[in-house]
Design a protein around this ligand. Structure first.
Ligand SMILES: C[S@@+](CC[C@H](N)C(=O)[O-])C[C@H]1O[C@@H](n2cnc3c(N)ncnc32)[C@H](O)[C@@H]1O
Length: 305
């Protein structure tokens, strides 16, 4: 049994309310999606609550009783999902509005479609907010390759900020979702900017065609299996991925290298990257957003060649 479930219900509610009020500065007319409760980092071990424009999603390990939250705490819809169970299962309705359709959220003035019916991932990784924001600084007039694009949130941020972006993913559904995200922000999705395929394969194709980008985003899943390139384990194969990406980047270009792995420290990841990079490059680590206190599973380095 986790520590939070052994807390008296009132103490737990107090902690949840305190965690929410610590995020009050984050929510604005420009940003209405954030993590409200981040487990042990908020004194609530095992409990995660994400807020997608008033639709709250509780994630827990499942065994513990979920806190009984009434809409007075501030949600319009309340859902829950169990971590590390069936990854295809959509979140279950607990209270408030019943969500039957996707809905938009805002982040730094950009909009993204969220879908609680789509299965395990809802469409936007909240822990990448700072990287999406920083990306916009480098984008005007640049070319961006967004690998492992998922719903193309990096692509939206890049194009909105004046870049030409290519989004690459092994899921046609996610790429379609990405195009919907472009439209939601008044951006025109060009078919050729959404490539269905394997990242390893396409990095090779671009290199052969001598196609280069000013900025390349590498944010792979921890594990993936593709018919073309086989099994990819981020902690073991990152160097090989980076070496391929380096073949398609313009001299003086920028890479965003992310690794989602609890068991690899930031220092270890830096070494993995340095092993494949010229010695002169500048690596700047980006921490996780403030609504993820106590977490460092997402390691991000901005690499300036
Ligand atoms: C963790 S998500 C990436 C999140 C994304 N960077 C973001 O911030 O929204 C992983 C994505 O990689 C895609 N993927 C997994 N293996 C792949 C491969 N070998 N080539 C292309 N895409 C792949 C999956 O379909 C999924 O959309």
């Amino acid at each position: 049994m986790s520590r939070s479930s052994s807390l008296p219900v009132l103490a737990m509610l107090d902690k949840i309310k305190a965690a929410i009020s610590r995020r009050s500065g984050l929510r604005s007319s420009e940003t209405d999606a954030c993590r409200l409760v981040n487990g042990a980092g908020d004194g609530l071990d095992g409990l995660i609550i994400d807020d997608f424009a008033g639709r709250w999603l509780i994630s827990s390990k499942g065994e513990e009783a979920l806190p009984k939250l009434t809409s007075e705490v501030g949600y319009r819809a309340l859902y829950s999902k169990t971590l590390s169970k069936n990854e295809k299962l959509a979140p279950a309705h607990l209270g408030g509005e019943l969500l039957t359709a996707r809905f938009p959220v805002q982040e730094h003035g950009l909009s993204y479609w969220i879908d609680f019916q789509s299965g395990y991932s809802q469409g936007l990784f909240l822990d990448q907010r700072l990287n999406r924001q920083r990306l916009r600084e480098f984008c005007p007039g640049k070319t961006v390759l967004n690998t492992f694009a998922y719903t193309c949130s990096f692509g939206v941020a890049a194009v909105f900020a004046g870049a030409k972006a290519v989004n690459l993913d092994l899921s046609r559904n996610y790429l379609e979702w990405g195009q919907e995200n472009y439209r939601l922000n008044g951006l025109k999705p060009e078919g050729s900017d959404f490539i269905y395929g394997d990242v390893f394969d396409w990095l090779g194709r671009f290199a052969k065609r001598d196609r280069r980008f000013d900025l390349v985003i590498l944010d792979p899943p921890t594990f993936s299996r593709s018919k073309t390139s086989g099994v990819f384990r981020a902690d073991q194969d990152y160097g090989a991925l980076l070496e391929r990406a380096l073949r398609v980047i313009e001299p003086g270009g920028i890479l965003l290298c992310c690794l989602n792995a609890h068991h690899v420290s930031g220092t270890e990841f830096r070494y993995i990257l340095k092993d494949s990079l010229p010695s002169s490059v500048d690596l700047r680590q980006m921490g996780m957003p403030e609504d993820f206190p106590g977490s460092d599973y997402l390691k991000s380095f901005w690499v300036h060649l």
